[in-house]
Structure formats: structure tokens, C-alpha cells
Design a binder for this molecule. Structure first.
Ligand SMILES: Cc1ncc(COP(=O)(O)O)c(C=O)c1O
Length: 393
């Protein structure tokens, strides 16, 4: 079977888990802290705050922006520009924190927000942009960072799909925004199975994110001290300063995260090797199928997206049937055009009238997996399956 994802654990992760058990310390502690430090060093950032998922990282990052003094919330300037193709929990925290979400079209081939769409949909009600590097691809990120700087907007990077990728000028994905988020879910690049991280250079954002992560209190002083009762340790141990959540990770996640991070170079090159093969196979079908516009050696290749065109347009069901017969797992490209989801009725949102590319991604797009194993055989089977599909058109 060609699976959408596979697990990358070996003895190192088991040893890490056993170390936690032997220590008797299971909740947030030194293993998580040590992984946070290693993660900050990897990205060249000052602060990392681990959470129990990428969605929770989005939650604490968004609320950190919301309550910060440096990006002061203003009811009259509360619109955030987002791509119409992303995961549900890119959007929900923005809504929950009181922002208005403005959905923009993405570039068909990079799958990312484009500067053109941002310029077209920008006005003085906009306070920030959430850029999502889709499926390992950062294309467009740096241009949008430039736009944010020119217009005094904050930039959040939802980097849950692009750990380890590089921008066009060689910066690491997740190191560009004012705050960035990462997911360590099973199918993602680093696997703590559930887990996430918010990363920033901004000490205020980091302090608030730490507080929001654990009940809104002031106990976690790693990124600075929020306590108003500094001299009264009895009171300050139960002092609450933000309306927080409890989205703490446990020590197993930190220990395993560190083991995973130490293996990252090898995992990335395996993903890129698979990508190179995928690209060379798909070249022969380029009259019928577009693939993501991403560089072999810059993308971290979360997976492989395909968009049907020309004679293959509108024949996705036929291809899905054939892929099923070849035992190849397949899924939509993230969620397609998210503005078509029923949940939209509950969101404080504006939808750009022109989401043509997002609709094509939804209706003509599909996605097969990549991971850090050698996918030679799986990709050969994909080649045969697509060959059968094209011959039958
Ligand atoms: C872009 C994006 N953001 C956020 C998330 C949420 O991450 P998690 O599954 O760890 O909550 C995902 C998950 O796939 C994602 O793709």
C-alpha cells in the first residue's frame, strides 16, 4: 500500500519515552523545556512554547497577538488576511480571539497566498496577515513579509505543514513571521504524534503564549515574568493574568521531539529524494496534471499535490477509483476552498468574491503522501495508476 503517512520512530524515541518513565516526571517539565530550546536554536529564534497540538499553537499564538501591547488590538482595525486553502484551525483561533477573517484566493500552483491578492484586498481595516506555507512550500512568504513591513502589519506564519523548508533566500520556514506555529502530529515532519510549537523573537508574545498555554497564570517564567505580585510568592503562585487555556504538552512529547529533531537532516533528504522522483514521473503527464510549484531543495515536501487539467479536467472520480484499485491512499488538498465548509456560518468572515484557484484546488485537486522512507516502489505504482487513467480518458 502507498500510505498517506507512516511513522518515523525507532529505538531513539522508545529510549526517550523510557527516560521519562524512569524520571517519574510526566507533565510539562525539563524534557519539554529542553526540546523548546533545541527548537529555538534550530530556527534561530529566541523563544519556543510547546503545546499539545499545532492547533493549540495557533490558539496561543493568535491570543498572544490579541493581548499584546506591541500589536494592540483595535476593534476598527481587526481584519486578518488569510488564504482560502488551509486547515480549519488556522482560522478558528482568529475568530475566537475577535478578529475578522478575510479569505483570499491562493496561487493555483504554489497553493499559497500571493502578493497580488493581498494588495487587491488590503485596506486600512487590516491589522495582520496569516501566511500558510502549504505542503512544505514557502513560495510567496518573503514578498508578503515585505508587504507587512511596509504597512505596519503583523505576520503570523502557520507553518504546521512546512517544518524545515527554506524560503527563496534561504531562511527557514517559521523564522520569518512575528510568530510562527508548527505541528508534530503523526502525519507531519517531526512526529510527537500530538504536539505543536509557537516560536517568536518577541518576548512579550512568548510570555503571553506561555501564560495562555497553562491556565493564564504566571508560573512559567521561562520567557520573562508577568507577575504583578512579584514579592509575594504565596500570592504569585496562583496569579492569573490572561484568560488562558490548558493546552500543555507532556514530557513524553518533549523527549520524543528532541529525538526526532536530531534526525531531521536525514528525514529531509529522504523527503526531497522522493520529491525528485515524483517530479520526474509526473513530467510525462504534464499535459493532464499540474503539480505544486515548489523547489526540490527548498520545500520540505509534506506530500505531493496534483491538479487535473485539459482532457483530465473533471475526471477526478475516475482517477480516485484507479488509485483505490492500486491501493494508493489519497485525500483532498488540505480542505480545498475552506469557505465552502458548513462551519462558515459561525465565523466572523469576509470572503473575497474571486476564489477561482481555491475552487480549482478543491474540485480538480488531490494529494498523495510523502514521508522519510524510500518511496521508489510506491511512486512506481503511482506512475502505473496515472498511466492507466490517462490511457482510459
Ligand atoms: C496548516 C495547518 N495548520 C494547523 C494544523 C493543526 O495541527 P494539529 O493537527 O497538530 O492540531 C494543521 C494540521 O494538519 C495544518 O495543516
Amino acid at each position: 500500500m502507498y500510505a498517506l503517512a507512516s511513522d518515523s520512530w525507532d529505538q531513539e524515541e522508545i529510549t526517550a519515552i523510557n527516560r521519562v518513565i524512569a524520571s517519574g516526571q510526566y507533565t510539562l517539565g525539563k524534557e519539554v523545556s529542553s526540546f523548546e530550546d533545541a527548537f529555538s536554536s534550530f530556527l534561530g529564534k529566541s523563544h519556543s512554547v510547546m503545546t499539545n497540538s499545532g492547533s493549540s499553537a495557533n490558539l496561543v499564538a493568535t491570543f498572544a497577538l490579541r493581548y499584546s501591547e506591541c500589536f494592540k488590538f483595535n476593534e476598527n482595525r481587526n481584519v486578518v488576511l488569510v488564504p482560502a486553502v488551509s486547515w480549519s484551525t488556522t482560522y478558528f483561533p482568529l475568530h475566537q480571539a475577535g478578529y475578522k477573517i478575510r479569505f483570499l484566493d491562493v496561487n493555483l500552483l504554489t497553493h499559497n497566498l500571493s502578493l497580488e491578492a493581498v494588495i487587491k484586498n488590503y485596506d486600512e481595516t487590516v491589522c495582520g496577515i496569516c501566511f500558510v506555507s502549504l505542503l512544505g512550500n514557502t513560495k510567496g512568504l518573503e514578498k508578503i513579509k515585505g508587504f507587512c513591513e511596509e504597512n505596519s502589519l503583523w505576520l503570523m506564519e502557520d507553518n504546521c505543514e512546512s517544518f524545515g523548508a527554506q524560503t527563496q533566500t534561504g531562511k527557514l520556514a517559521g523564522s520569518v513571521g512575528d510568530i510562527s506555529t508548527h505541528s508534530f502530529f503523526f502525519s507531519h515532519h517531526l512526529q510527537t504524534m500530538e504536539g505543536g510549537m509557537a516560536t517568536t523573537n518577541n518576548t512579550e508574545l512568548a510570555m503571553i503564549a506561555r501564560s495562555m498555554r497553562a491556565h493564564g497564570w504566571t508560573r512559567d517564567k521561562k520567557s520573562g515574568d508577568l507577575s504583578k505580585f512579584e514579592k509575594n510568592s504565596f500570592k504569585s503562585s496562583f496569579e492569573f493574568v490572561y484568560p488562558g487555556f490548558c493546552v500543555r504538552p507532556i514530557e513524553f512529547m518533549g523527549a520524543v521531539g528532541k529525538a526526532q529533531l536530531s534526525k531531521w537532516d536525514g528525514m529531509l533528504s529522504a523527503r526531497q529524494k522522493n520529491a525528485s522522483l515524483f517530479k520526474s514521473i509526473l513530467k510525462q503527464f504534464s499535459n493532464f496534471i499540474d503539480i505544486q510549484d515548489a523547489d526540490i531543495d527548498r520545500s520540505s515536501w509534506f506530500g505531493f499535490s496534483m491538479i487535473l487539467k485539459n482532457k483530465a479536467y473533471n475526471h477526478r472520480d475516475k482517477l480516485l477509483n484507479i488509485l483505490d484499485k492500486f491501493d494508493i491512499q489519497v485525500r483532498p488538498i488540505v480542505t480545498g476552498n475552506f469557505t465552502n465548509q458548513p462551519v462558515m456560518q459561525f465565523l466572523n468572515a469576509e470572503v473575497s468574491p474571486n476564489l477561482v484557484n481555491s475552487d480549482i484546488i478543491e474540485n480538480q485537486g488531490l494529494f498523495v503522501g510523502n514521508d522519510c522512507t524510500d518511496l521508489n516502489q510506491e511512486l512506481a505504482s503511482l506512475e502505473r495508476a496515472i498511466g492507466t487513467f490517462i490511457r482510459d480518458l
